[in-house]
Write a protein that binds this ligand. Structure first.
Ligand code: UD1
Length: 419
């Protein structure tokens, strides 16, 4: 079983180039199904979840070629609407194929999606919205969904919660629907804006992404041959900012959009980091020891991202003073806390609330990543801890970070992978 061995105590110094965003590339790859032609996608991260998505594209009939960070999808001959269980359960975002295949093929059969175990992740909002557009959806057997619509029709959809995946699914399904679709209380994440930009390049009539109402007019003629570059990964960037902060290091991150990171930057500044922003670079200088922050509440964008909660908890675990974190997006997303306690952290959990009493030093230990971001948090804690930390379960980390040990080692971290 692969693991990462981290020897803590080095101050990170140097430059890291941040990869393209996992959460943007996945829906964009699914969206290539809408286009019967050649889709050239640049700035793609090399990740397990991207490989899993490519496997699904190939299964439904696309031809896919990967050249360094460019993925070329020829979606001319999509000829299957079934996503087998072993592919769908590899990652939750496979649910995004619901909207894309429904739009292109008029039907889709998919097993209930897998992914991180961060509490119950229902897809009721996706199902409700697609039904409103005329899709007939049945759960054939436990966890297997069959969805059909001879012709989808535009609809006025209000999401009870601004779900990222449900917003994306409706955007994709409505591209071929008859008439106008409105998504109200839509998710406003930058990845939604990137998906809209891809769809516009494709020829879809869509507007409003980044606000809480998105409008799509179905039935536009699509372009067949397009090129798109994926936005930088704000969560990976945020993770490396914390790596600098927690080690008292000095890093320049390249290929970042600081606007996407404003809640993270604001909390890091509050805790004592010095941060300078220049076009698509961020320079951060960490304090000798961070200060606690008042309260961090995870929220849909533009609030503090839930995908940065675990890394921030690791950071605040060594801060001077007491910080409070409230996880409002997911019901149970504190699996990293138990592991941080093994490293000497002082954190009390009460439902969605974490009370973090910063300790002067963490101590290296053997810890297990239970999910993607929680795993990254343990690597960060290891960078700051005294002695050696072994992180197992790193297949979770590989789902969302491209060569994390290589990038950290290039700026002075003592970290290695053992197979
Ligand atoms: C996406 C991101 C994930 C991030 C999350 C929240 C991708 C591939 N993943 O996940 O990294 O943590 O946004 O920013 O982009 N919910 C329901 N019913 C539904 C759908 C969602 O109750 O039908 C709930 C979820 O259980 C969760 C909350 O809504 O509590 C947010 O989920 P959602 O925004 O849908 O997250 P994902 O799209 O799965």
């Amino acid at each position: 079983m692969s693991k990462l061995i981290v020897i803590g105590g080095s101050k990170l110094k140097g430059e890291i180039v941040v990869e393209g965003a996992k959460n943007a590339i996945l829906p964009v790859l699914a969206a290539t199904i809408l286009n019967s032609g050649l889709n050239v996608i640049k700035n793609c991260p090399k990740l397990k979840d991207v490989e899993a998505t490519v496997n699904i594209l190939e299964k439904v009939g696309c031809k896919v070629k990967t050249e360094e960070n460019t993925i070329i999808v020829d979606s001319t001959n999509v000829n299957s609407y079934e996503i087998p269980e072993e592919l769908a359960t590899e990652m939750r975002s496979s649910v995004i194929f619901l909207g894309a295949l429904l739009g292109r093929m008029g039907k889709v059969a998919i097993s209930y999606p897998g992914g991180c175990e961060i509490g119950p992740r229902p897809i009721d909002l996706h199902i409700k919205a697609l039904r409103k557009m005329g899709a007939v959806i049945q759960e054939v057997q436990h966890g297997f969904i069959y969805c059909e619509a001879e012709r989808l029709k535009g609809a006025d959809i209000h999401l009870d919660y601004p779900s990222v995946g449900a917003t994306e699914n409706v955007m994709l399904a409505s591209a071929f629907a008859d008439g106008e679709t409105y998504i109200r209380n839509a998710a406003k994440e930058p990845e939604i804006v990137d998906l809209q930009n891809f769809l516009i390049e494709l020829g879809v009539n869509v507007s409003g992404a980044g606000t809480n109402v998105i409008r799509i007019v179905g039935g536009s003629k699509l372009k067949r041959s397009i090129e798109h570059s994926i936005i930088p990964d704000r969560i990976v960037a945020g993770t490396y900012l914390v790596a600098a902060g927690i080690t008292g290091g000095d890093l320049t991150l390249k290929n970042v959009n600081s606007e996407h990171l404003s809640p993270v930057i604001s909390n890091l500044r509050e805790s004592g980091c010095r941060i300078n922003i220049k076009r698509n670079h961020i320079h951060i200088s960490g304090p000798a020891r961070p200060r606690a922050v008042d309260i961090i509440r995870t929220l849909p964008h533009p609030g503090f991202p839930t995908d940065m909660q675990a890394q921030m908890v690791a950071y605040l675990a060594v801060a001077r003073g007491t910080s409070i974190v409230v996880e409002t997006v997911f019901g149970s997303r504190y699996k990293h806390v138990e592991e941080l306690l093994r490293m000497g952290a002082d954190i009390k959990l009460e439902g969605r609330l974490a009370v973090i009493n910063g300790v002067r030093k963490l101590t290296g230990a053997s810890v297990a990543a239970k999910d993607l971001r929680g795993g990254a948090a343990l690597v960060l804690a290891g960078l700051a801890a005294e002695g050696e930390t072994t992180v197992t379960g790193i297949h979770h980390i590989d789902r969302g970070y491209e060569n994390i040990e290589g990038k950290l080692a290039s700026v002075g971290a003592i970290i290695r992978r053992e197979e």
